[in-house]
Design a protein around this ligand. Structure first.
Ligand code: S3P
Ligand code: PEP
Length: 431
């Protein structure tokens, strides 16, 4: 347990921050760099625990991966040279590693077994196992392959045509990665767009991939060609500081080199709709991913309704949006977000409970929450449910409470943002 006591901010937040590299893109860079033949150099890699799990997974196949802080160099001869691992693969807390790797393991002609921490062991895996079984991979696992630990015997895949039953980039990506090993084309259809980093990076690595109208088609073409990847700053990490600037009166913060892929920028749209001033400058695009500087300036917020197709574009930001909503004029309603219940913890319950303990009024619903605005947060003892996004959200809440905030355990923050408290100190005048 790693308890922390945080003191309220003494004044406006100002300055400039560069948040660490994007978690989703870092995972994918290691996966495609390992599947490709040649040398892949990754810059601004996220060294958080989750992405290190993905590096560990490929090292167990014998791939040479040198990691020096945020620089990663992968030398690979492609999957034909991968060795059957002697030990089970441990994916810790990382849903993205588990689900994306299932797509890869399904294509490898040998046996692997996979497990994770108690949180990961409670997250559904049938969403990736079901389509990959249809493609020909063999799985066994708890509750007939619904949960980790999983045993996989891969190889001899055939392409499929699959309409995604859940709005999930992890499921889409697992099937596309399986498609890299399959005989015949694989087609995935998504009803509303989820993050498309896999598609962008597959293209950059020379895959035969085409996309029309939410229909993505990939045809196996071995091996992929190595390509360098520059990872933009993680908008999901920047979201904590964007929101901090939007709720601490008088603040103005600039987050530099933040990923601005349209499938991820829902947080900026919502903050702007709620009334914050959100400005973008210095935009550039590398490897299909756009990034730039985002400046958020405090303005009194107003409540909003957040629902429908925007949800996948801000799914990981809903806890911090809930905090913003406690400071807005009027009520905020979040709907269509039942997926939040299946993350590292049940984030509807954890957000409502964590903020209620600090004095907010939040009513959890089956697929979202209703948040009463203009709450004077008191502070006190609260719980992060061993979830990095909840721990960081509650830490940002401490900036506007009357008294100190005591969070039971903040060790989960190392999952996605190891330097979070250093950055929080940089921009808050009192710490
Ligand atoms: O593909 C990815 O990198 C991710 C997709 C999202 O999950 P789902 O695809 O399950 O919605 C997101 O919550 C997760 O943090 C990262
Ligand atoms: C849900 C998340 O990650 P994952 O699914 O990879 O555990 C997250 O980072 O908020």
């Amino acid at each position: 347990m790693n308890e922390v006591t945080l003191t309220p901010a003494s004044g406006p937040l100002t300055g400039n921050l560069q948040v660490p590299g994007d978690k989703s893109i870092s995972h994918r860079a290691v996966i495609l760099g390992s599947l490709a033949r040649g040398t892949t150099n990754i810059t601004n890699f996220l060294t958080g625990e989750d992405c290190m799990r993905t590096i560990g997974a490929f090292r167990q196949f014998g791939v040479s991966i040198e990691q020096n802080d945020t620089s990663v160099k992968i030398n690979s001869n492609g999957p034909d040279d991968f060795k059957e691992p002697a030990e089970p693969l441990y994916y810790g807390n990382s849903g993205t590693t588990a689900r994306l790797m299932v797509g890869v393991l399904a294509g490898l002609p040998f046996f692997t077994s996979v497990y994770g921490d108690p949180s990961l062991a409670s997250r559904p895996m049938d969403r990736v196992v079901t389509p990959l079984k249809k493609m020909g991979a063999r799985f066994d696992g708890r509750s007939d392959g619904t949960y980790l630990p999983l045993a996989v015997r891969g190889g001899n895949l055939k392409g499929i045509h699959y309409i995604l039953p859940v709005k999930s980039a992890q499921v889409k990506s697992a099937i596309l990665f399986g498609g890299l090993f399959a005989e015949g084309p694989t087609e995935v259809i998504e009803k509303s767009p989820s993050r498309n980093h896999s598609e962008n990076m597959l293209r950059a690595f020379g895959a035969d991939i085409a996309e029309t109208n939410h229909r993505i088609r990939i045809t196996s073409q071995k091996p992929l060609t190595a390509a360098d990847v520059h990872v933009p700053g993680d908008i999901s990490s920047a979201a904590f500081f964007m929101t901090a600037a939007a709720i601490v009166p008088g603040s103005k913060l600039t987050l530099s080199n933040v990923g601005l892929n349209h499938t991820r920028t829902g947080i900026m749209d919502v903050l702007a709709e709620m009334g914050a001033s959100v400005d973008v400058s210095n935009k550039q695009t590398i490897g299909g991913e756009t990034f730039g500087d985002v400046t958020v300036t405090y303005q009194k917020l107003k409540g909003a309704v957040i629902e429908g197709d925007i949800i996948p574009r801000l799914i990981d930001e809903l806890p911090i949006i809930a905090l913003a909503a406690t400071q807005a004029e009027g009520e905020t309603v979040i709907r269509d977000a039942a997926e939040l219940r299946l993350k590292e913890t049940d984030r509807i319950k954890a957000t409502a409970d964590g903020l209620t303990r600090l004095g907010a009024q939040i009513k959890p619903t089956e697929d979202g929450m209703i948040i009463k605005g203009d709450a004077a947060l008191t502070g006190g003892k609260t719980a992060a449910y061993n979830d990095h996004r909840i721990a960081m959200m509650l830490s940002i809440a401490s900036l506007i409470t009357k008294q100190d905030v005591i969070i039971d355990d903040i060790s989960s923050i190392a999952i996605s943002y190891p330097e979070f408290f250093r950055d929080l100190q940089t921009i808050s005048s009192k710490r």
